[in-house]
Design a protein around this ligand. Structure first.
Ligand SMILES: C[S@@+](CC[C@H](N)C(=O)[O-])C[C@H]1O[C@@H](n2cnc3c(N)ncnc32)[C@H](O)[C@@H]1O
Length: 220
């Protein structure tokens, strides 16, 4: 099966700590992930997944929102790390969505997942739920647009984790920005500026994988 989305891990940044970050996954999930990589399906790299699962284990969220399901690998990993959590996850690609639904079922997690087929912007606009954790891993160019609504959807003390915020080193200035990526990089810098400027959040931007932002909603 071919997909419109490709695994970009070959071009992604790796921090010097990456060699020590290998996620401990169930054999079934590890096999699913290996198959995803071989089929060029996008999914979180080792370093990012280790960070995400460590945070999920510490936070012990009851409610998780994921924007960008792909085939459900990060969703399954988060639910396995947080046994009392339920997950809302949104994917706009029909084939990924169908595969994710099947993967959630095979993992015995269907009763803890609300998988939504559609656009993340529409989902968050209409959604009235409140989340302990939001993992944003969809269209990078939209992050800055989604941020205000995501802060509203977070519980106080809740955490927003956004993946790929350093984008191959373009955003951090490590790598020259190709002209076709200029708008994307501008939007991502705007997103990082908006995180920093938002008085409701306390944020740390981390040199993990392709760059991860970690923001906690304060009680103010
Ligand atoms: C990097 S992949 C997600 C990987 C997944 N979180 C994992 O680690 O296994 C990004 C996904 O977001 C989806 N996506 C991109 N823009 C979207 C949007 N506006 N609404 C919903 N899904 C979107 C893509 O189709 C793609 O499957």
């Amino acid at each position: 099966m071919d997909y419109a989305h490709f695994d970009t891990s070959a071009g992604e940044r790796k921090s010097p700590a990456a060699q020590f970050n290998v996620p401990a996954l169930s054999p079934a999930l590890a096999a699913l992930r290996k198959s995803a990589f071989s089929r060029l399906i996008p999914t979180a790299d080792d370093e990012t997944l280790c960070f995400l699962l460590a945070q999920v284990s510490a936070l012990r969220p009851s409610s998780i929102l994921e924007l960008g399901t792909a085939t459900g690998i990060s969703g399954i990993a988060m639910l396995q790390a947080a046994p009392s959590a339920v997950l809302d996850t949104v994917e706009r690609d029909e084939r990924f969505y169908a595969e994710a639904v099947s993967n959630f079922g095979a993992a015995g997690l269907s009763h803890r997942v609300n998988a939504h087929l559609g656009d993340a912007a529409e989902f968050i606009a209409e959604n009235r739920a409140a989340y302990d954790l939001i993992f944003m891993d969809c269209a990078k160019v939209q992050y800055v647009k989604y941020l205000p609504r995501l802060v509203e959807l977070l519980n106080v003390g809740g955490v927003l984790i956004a993946d790929d915020v350093l984008l191959f080193g373009y955003v951090s200035g490590e790598t020259p920005v190709p002209p076709k990526r200029a708008a994307l990089v501008r939007h991502m810098r705007e997103f990082l500026d908006a995180l920093r400027a938002d008085g409701r959040l306390v944020t740390s931007v981390l040199n993990i994988g392709d760059g991860v932002s970690f923001s906690v909603k304060k009680n103010n």
